[in-house]
Design a protein around this ligand. Structure first.
Ligand code: HEC
Length: 445
C-alpha cells in the first residue's frame, strides 16, 4: 500500500523531472533555443526566440526579460542565478539580488553559447563575431555586500576565422571552442599571455562540444552530421557515431550515468553510453523540426528537449522507445503552408513566428497584430517598442503596411527592431494585407 501511495504521489507531483513520465513546459511565445537543468536542484531554465529566459518553478515560469532579441544560451550559476547570451550580442547575469541583469560582456555579433568555470568565477561567451570573451568575476553569486558581480579581468580571445558556436571549460580552467570555420581550438588563458592551437580541422562547421577531461575525451557535432569523439590532447578519433542525419544541433552529457545525448536537424535524439561507446537509443523526439535544446535531469533519468515549438518537453530516458514523436497541437507556424491561400501562407512563413493575431499580451518577439488596421504604430500596451516605433505617427493601413514591406522595415521605420526584409512581389503584399484584414479583426465567438 505504501508503495502504491508513493507511486501515486509521483504521478501527481507537479514537478517535471521528479515524475518519471512525459511532461511539458508551456508558456514561451517562440521556439526553444536552449535548456539548462540546475544539476543540484533540478530546476529548469529555458532560452527562447521570444527574447526571454524562462526560470521554471515546477511548471510555472518566471520570465526574465532583458534581452532585446532571441536568447540562444542559458546556464545556471547557482540557485535562481543564471547566465544568458542572445542575438542582441549581450551576455547577461540574472540574480534575485540584482534589480536588473548585470551585463557581463557585449560582442559585435550574436552570442551563441556561454560557459562557466568554478561556479562563475570565470565566465566565457562565444559569438558569431568570431571571438570568445573571457571574464574573471568577483562574487558571481552576489553573496557579498556589494551584491554586484564585478569583473576584474577581461580578455578577448581571437583566432577563429568565423563565428564561434560552442565553448567548454576543462577541469583546469582551459577552454575548447568550436567554430563555423571547421576547427576546434584549445585555449590556455594566462595572466599575461593567452595561447591557442587548433586540435581539429574538420572542414565543415562545428556546432556542439562536450568535454570529459577526466576520461580524456571530447565529443563534437557538426553541420555535416558528424558526431565524433576525439582525444583532446592529440585530436585523434576515438569513436564515430555519424548517422545519415544532419546537422547536429545539440548535445548534453550526464556524467554519473555516462550518457551522451545528441540532437539533430531531423528531430532525433541519439543516446550513447560513453562507458561502452555504444548507441543505446535513437529516438524520434520531434515529428517536425530540429532538436535545438537538450539537457538531463540531475539523476540522468529524464531528458529535456526543445525546438521549433514553443514548448519544452521531457521524457523518462528508460522509456524513450515507447513514445511517439511529439506533434503538439498544430502550431500556426508548423501547419503545412502548401495547403493555405497565398496571403495566409505569406503570414505563416514570414510573420507568425514573431506575431500573434490574438488580443495582447502575447509572448512572441513582436507585438500582437490584433486590431492592427486603424491603429497607431507602437501602441500595444506593455509591449517594449523601440523608440522609433513608440514615437511614430504612422497609422497602420493597407497603404502603410504595403510601404513597410515594399521598402522594408529598415527603410520605412529605420531603427525599428523588426528584422524583416522586403516582400518584393506586389501581389504577395496585397494577399498578405488581405489576409491580415480578416485575421487581425475582432473575432466573434
Ligand atoms: C523576427 C521577428 C519578426 C518578424 C519575422 C516579423 N516581425 Fe513585425 N515586428 C517585430 C518586432 C520586434 C516589432 C516591434 C518593432 C519595434 O518596436 O521597433 C514588429 C513590429 C511590427 C509592426 C508594427 C506593429 C505596431 O504595433 O506598431 C507591424 C505592422 C509588423 N511588425 C508586421 C509584420 C508582418 C506583416 C510581418 C511578416 C511579413 C512581420 N511583422 C514579421 C518582429 C518581427
Amino acid at each position: 500500500m505504501r508503495a502504491l501511495a508513493a507511486s501515486l504521489c509521483l504521478i501527481f507531483l507537479p514537478v517535471p523531472g521528479a515524475a518519471q513520465e512525459f511532461s511539458t513546459l508551456k508558456g514561451h511565445g517562440g521556439p526553444i533555443m536552449d535548456i539548462n537543468v540546475n544539476p543540484e536542484t533540478g530546476q529548469v531554465a529555458t532560452a527562447s526566440f521570444d527574447n526571454s529566459v524562462g526560470l521554471w518553478k515546477g511548471r510555472s515560469p518566471i520570465w526574465l526579460e532583458g534581452h532585446e532579441a532571441a536568447v540562444n544560451s542559458v546556464l545556471f550559476l547557482g540557485k535562481d542565478i543564471l547566465l544568458s547570451g542572445g542575438d542582441d550580442f549581450r551576455v547577461l547575469l540574472w540574480s534575485p539580488t540584482l534589480s536588473k541583469p548585470s551585463e557581463i560582456a557585449v560582442h559585435r555579433g550574436k552570442v551563441t553559447n556561454v560557459a562557466i568555470f568554478e561556479h562563475g568565477r570565470e565566465i566565457a561567451s562565444a559569438s558569431w563575431d568570431g571571438t570568445i570573451e573571457h571574464r574573471s568575476v568577483i562574487d558571481p553569486l552576489g553573496t557579498s555586500e556589494t551584491k554586484d558581480p564585478i569583473h576584474f579581468k577581461s580578455t578577448t580571445l581571437t583566432g577563429h576565422d568565423a563565428g564561434v558556436n560552442a565553448i567548454v571549460f576543462s577541469g583546469a580552467g582551459e577552454l575548447y571552442s568550436a567554430s563555423t570555420d571547421g576547427t576546434i581550438r584549445h585555449w590556455q588563458i594566462g595572466l599575461k599571455e593567452t595561447k591557442s592551437r587548433v586540435i581539429v580541422s574538420h572542414g565543415f562547421g562545428i556546432n556542439e562540444l562536450v568535454l570529459n577531461d577526466k576520461e580524456g575525451w571530447l565529443a563534437y557535432g557538426s553541420v555535416d552530421g558528424m558526431t565524433r569523439v576525439i582525444a583532446p590532447e592529440t585530436g585523434d578519433t576515438l569513436a564515430d557515431f555519424t548517422l545519415e542525419r544532419r546537422p547536429i544541433l545539440s548535445m548534453a552529457y550526464h556524467d554519473a550515468t555516462s550518457q551522451l545525448a545528441v540532437g539533430d536537424g531531423h528531430g532525433y535524439i541519439m543516446m550513447i553510453d560513453t562507458a561502452t561507446w555504444q548507441i543505446t537509443r535513437d529516438f524520434r523526439a520531434m515529428l517536425r523540426g530540429p532538436v535545438w535544446a537538450l539537457d538531463f535531469s540531475p539523476d540522468g533519468k529524464t531528458i529535456y528537449a526543445g525546438g521549433l515549438e514553443d514548448v519544452a518537453y521531457s521524457w523518462p530516458v528508460a522509456l524513450l522507445d515507447g513514445y511517439e514523436p511529439v506533434d503538439g497541437p498544430t502550431r500556426s507556424f508548423l501547419r503545412n503552408p502548401e495547403d493555405m491561400p497565398n496571403g495566409e501562407r505569406q503570414f505563416m512563413r514570414k510573420c507568425s513566428i514573431c506575431h500573434a493575431l490574438t488580443p495582447p499580451p502575447s509572448r512572441k518577439a513582436g507585438p500582437s497584430l490584433y486590431n492592427l488596421f486603424g491603429r497607431r504604430a507602437g501602441t500595444v500596451p506593455d509591449y517594449p517598442y523601440s523608440d522609433i516605433l513608440s514615437g511614430s505617427d504612422i497609422i497602420w493601413s493597407d497603404d502603410s503596411i504595403d510601404a513597410l514591406f515594399d521598402l522594408g522595415p529598415d527603410h520605412y521605420i529605420p531603427g525599428s527592431k523588426m528584422p524583416m526584409q522586403r516582400i518584393t512581389a506586389a501581389q504577395d503584399r496585397q494577399d498578405l494585407i488581405g489576409f491580415l484584414r480578416i485575421a487581425t479583426g475582432e473575432k466573434e465567438n
